[in-house]
Ligand binder design. Sequence first.
Ligand code: HEC
Ligand code: HEC
Ligand code: HEC
Ligand code: HEC
Ligand code: HEC
Length: 228
Amino acid sequence: MVKRTYRWRFNLAYIIGGILAVAIVLVLMSPLSDSFIAAGPMLIGHETLKCQECHQDERGTLRQQIQANVQYLLGNRQNAVSAGYRTVINKDCIQCHRRPNDRHPVYRFLEPKYSEVRQLVGAHQCVSCHREHQANRVSIDVEFCQHCHDDIALKNDPVDVSHQKLAADKRWDTCLGCHDFHGNHEMKIPQRLSERIQLEKIGEYFLRAKPPYPGKIIHKALSPDYEK
Ligand code: HEC
Ligand code: HEC
Ligand code: HEC
Ligand code: HEC
Ligand code: HEC
């Protein structure tokens, strides 16, 4: 008798758990407009963009969307998906941010040799470093250069403290002080460590401050024309 009650309770716990899980998945599937508050503030410069610029119709089936949300609950996915919308992909960003001069183009890091680095940095996807709805401009740690440039050494290094020494001393906090990441600012690169932009300024830029790099932007973002 006693044993039976336990089993019944045990089963009941499973049933309640199951119902709750389905309910949570359904909440996650609610249309975009309903969960906007949960989405959070836009990235700087994106305040006037329409949701559909990035959230295009989902091509996957409802089943795939449910599966994606189950994976999200299990911790195997970074984001939940709303019904009817697919995950935001590089193509969505590149339609407005066309930069043929990008020195770290996302597609480059699809090569097999970067598979480990993809796990660490996600340099093959814009949204790894520019999470939307968090207000920040850049949402990755400044020292991420180390994952790909740890064996750096320049022939006739023009910098007063060589790149090799900077890497050996793990001075990854200095890199963005002399180089931007995409190479999209017109600028002369300093040759003295003391002339670099200070880390504090880079940190403020990652949030919302104006770019600390002196020159102008080479390829500006295309603004959509909503008048038409
Ligand atoms: C500039 C691109 C962009 C715009 C514009 C944008 N979003 Fe997003 N949104 C993202 C990215 C990137 C994510 C992260 C999830 C992903 O990768 O799909 C996200 C995630 C979300 C999520 C979390 C659930 C999900 O589907 O992943 C919601 C909800 C959301 N956005 C709602 C909105 C709404 C509402 C608007 C319009 C007011 C909007 N977004 C505009 C890029 C954008
Ligand atoms: C419909 C066009 C459009 C789409 C789509 C779009 N952006 Fe933007 N983005 C802009 C505009 C316009 C600005 C403001 C540019 C400025 O301030 O000079 C901007 C600003 C930014 C900035 C800040 C730039 C700065 O100099 O302050 C980043 C970072 C950015 N976008 C990344 C992304 C990413 C990542 C995606 C894809 C998830 C994306 N954008 C999708 C148009 C777009
Ligand atoms: C591995 C991290 C990383 C990835 C991936 C990445 N970015 Fe960036 N992005 C940065 C950092 C760091 C900065 C700040 C330094 C700078 O201005 O170059 C930045 C700056 C920017 C800026 C402002 C300066 C400029 O270049 O106009 C825009 C816009 C931008 N990124 C868009 C994108 C888009 C679009 C993608 C995908 C095609 C992307 N980023 C992929 C790290 C990344
Ligand atoms: C995911 C790997 C990866 C990350 C992370 C990365 N880089 Fe690179 N970087 C590369 C590759 C690959 C090249 C191209 C090297 C080549 O062509 O020989 C490159 C080239 C460069 C160049 C030379 C570009 C040119 O046109 O000659 C500079 C400067 C640079 N990276 C700086 C940085 C800085 C600063 C960071 C951190 C903010 C960084 N990189 C993060 C992979 C990476
Ligand atoms: C004091 C400024 C300064 C600092 C700090 C600095 N660099 Fe450089 N870097 C330069 C200069 C100057 C060059 C010479 C090439 C040029 O003028 O484009 C260069 C060149 C490079 C190149 C291109 C090498 C090639 O073969 O053409 C890479 C990659 C690079 N730096 C990565 C880094 C990384 C990663 C860090 C952080 C450890 C870093 N740099 C820190 C100034 C700096």
